[in-house]
Design a protein around this ligand. Structure first.
Ligand code: CP
Length: 323
């Protein structure tokens, strides 16, 4: 897919659709901007006036807990007005096309669409057809990308580990169906980590995974040994057609993160998961809730990262409007 669609003529973010094609300085700018917003949630009045007067529409054609609510909170903390379109009660159920829905929202002077859709490429499609002043943020499209999840994960890693260049990062689970993993791998490569390991049963490992600059493992113990960061992925059952694993019990036996397996990691390793977690399938509850887990911090940091992405995109579209 073309990536320069998401940059303006000055190379600044206009839309945020995918990590691929974005530079290290730009990803670092997102992380630094998020750092400047991280304290807003600690204040008595959890707001800054940066997007006052702007209208942001959340269009979630697929279920979500974390991403939808943290985008809404992020927009409100930036003082924007927020529309949450309830797709199940919208006129899309009467046959209205996606583009007609967008045109109608644009007629209400919406400035930004935050889009989750089960079709890969849907956010690009919307960005290609959006009015010139409108920004589009991809909140997860099919198996393709989940770029704000990847950036909140990078923010969490940087908060705990500071220097990306020394890190061994292990990503474990359903890599085949995971838009999160695809975006994480792109971000980790761009930010220059020492080593990315991908650990999965052969049935859930993409055949071309080495071309992403990662080391594949089908043995959990070998793959996670001495890792500084372990990112567990959810089994994406809604995207599986057919049997990819013998059973959840067997999957947990071979690839679940347990207290015993934690002992193989670097002593100061952190454990991450984008959520939602399937306890007892991807990891033990004691691990999910244990002292190495930074899973709920990921959620908190997601607000600051989404504030950063929205404010950077809006700066770009404001400049475009003035030109
Ligand atoms: N991590 C993530 O995208 O979670 P939700 O599906 O709940 O938004």
């Amino acid at each position: 897919m073309k990536n320069n669609l998401q940059l303006d003529e000055q190379g600044r973010l206009r839309h945020f659709l995918t990590i691929e094609g974005l530079s290290r300085p730009l990803l670092t700018e997102i992380l630094d901007t998020a750092e400047s917003f991280a304290g807003v949630g600690e204040r008595t009045v959890k707001k800054v006036p940066l997007l006052r007067g702007k209208v942001i529409a959340n269009l979630f054609f697929e279920t979500s807990t974390r991403t939808r609510t943290t985008f809404e909170l992020a927009a409100k903390r930036l003082s924007a007005d927020v529309l949450n379109l309830n797709i199940s009660t919208s006129s899309t159920t009467k046959g209205e096309t996606l583009l007609d829905t967008l045109r109608n929202l644009e007629a209400m002077q919406v400035d930004m669409f935050v889009v989750r859709h089960n079709e890969s490429g849907s956010a690009h499609f919307i960005a290609q057809h959006a009015a010139p002043h409108v920004s589009v943020i991809n909140a997860g499209d099919g198996r393709h990308a989940h770029p704000t999840q990847a950036m909140l994960d990078m923010f969490t890693i940087r908060r705990h580990k500071k220097d990306f260049s020394q890190l061994k990062v292990a990503i474990v689970g359903d890599l085949l169906h995971s838009r999160v993993a695809r975006s994480q791998i792109a971000a980790l490569n761009t930010l220059g980590v020492a080593e990315i390991r991908c650990i999965a049963p052969r049935t859930l490992m993409p055949g071309d995974i080495r071309s992403c600059g990662v080391h594949p493992y089908s043995n959990m113990e070998q793959g996670i040994r001495d890792a500084d960061v372990v990112i567990m992925l959810r089994l994406q059952k809604e995207r599986m057609q057919g049997a990819f694993i013998p059973s959840e019990h067997e999957y947990f036996r071979l690839f679940g993160l347990t207290g015993r397996r934690l002992e193989l990691l670097h002593p100061e390793a952190i454990v991450m998961h984008p959520g939602p977690i399937n306890r007892g399938v991807e990891m033990d509850s004691q691990v999910a809730d244990g002292e190495r887990s930074v899973i709920l911090q990921q959620v908190t940091y997601g607000i600051a990262v989404r504030m950063a992405v929205m404010s950077l995109c809006m700066q770009s579209s404001d400049r475009g409007g003035e030109a």
